[in-house]
Design a protein around this ligand. Structure first.
Ligand SMILES: C[C@@H](C(=O)O)C(=O)SCCNC(=O)CCNC(=O)[C@H](O)C(C)(C)COP(=O)(O)OP(=O)(O)OC[C@H]1O[C@@H](n2cnc3c(N)ncnc32)[C@H](O)[C@@H]1OP(=O)(O)O
Ligand SMILES: [Co+2]
Length: 134
């Protein structure tokens, strides 16, 4: 069911510092910050030849990454995003398997303008999973 690795997301305590470091120390192609109010985060994508890194920084009062950054003040890997062909079929299969789909269970439009869903980290080896329909 899952296809390519779309991105690995890192929650960062200082977005500008993370961008500057990836540009200068790692020589990466770092994009511009994008506010995603529906998701409570500001994101920056780092383009790699085979995938992307997504920096996440809290946006608004009830950001879903607030608790994560309180527990991990230096930042940390927050989620991985796998591509799927049919996100509703993927959701139904996963729910039938007993996996918890987060939020309302309905896909939201993600940072790439495509539908996304999240799966509870406690159901997947402690790793929060995002699914993106491509
Ligand atoms: C823009 C879009 C895109 O790419 O298109 C995005 O990525 S938006 C990316 C931001 N959006 C999201 O993450 C949406 C989905 N996320 C959520 O609904 C939430 O963040 C949850 C995953 C449910 C966690 O919520 P919250 O931090 O309030 O819960 P909590 O503190 O009670 O945590 C419950 C347990 O899960 C653990 N936990 C929390 N976040 C975790 C993470 N990212 N990875 C692994 N474990 C995690 C906590 O340590 C705790 O474990 P212990 O009990 O053992 O201590
Ligand atoms: Co993401």
């Amino acid at each position: 069911m899952i296809g390519r690795l779309n991105h690995v997301a890192i929650a960062v305590p200082d977005l500008e510092a993370a961008c500057a470091q990836y540009r200068s120390a790692l020589g990466a192609n770092v994009g511009a910050p994008q506010d995603e109010p529906d998701h409570g985060v500001t994101v920056v994508f780092v383009e790699l030849p085979n995938t992307k890194i997504e920096f996440l920084y809290p946006l608004g009062e009830d950001s879903p990454i607030k608790g994560f950054l309180e527990k991990n003040p230096a930042g940390g890997i927050h989620h991985i995003c796998y591509e799927v062909d049919d996100i509703l079929a993927a959701r139904d299969t996963l729910q039938a398997e007993g996996a918890r789909v987060l939020g309302s269970g309905e896909p939201k439009i993600g940072a790439h303008g495509k539908p996304v869903l999240f799966l509870h980290p406690k159901d997947f080896n402690g790793c929060l999973i995002e699914l993106e329909e491509v």
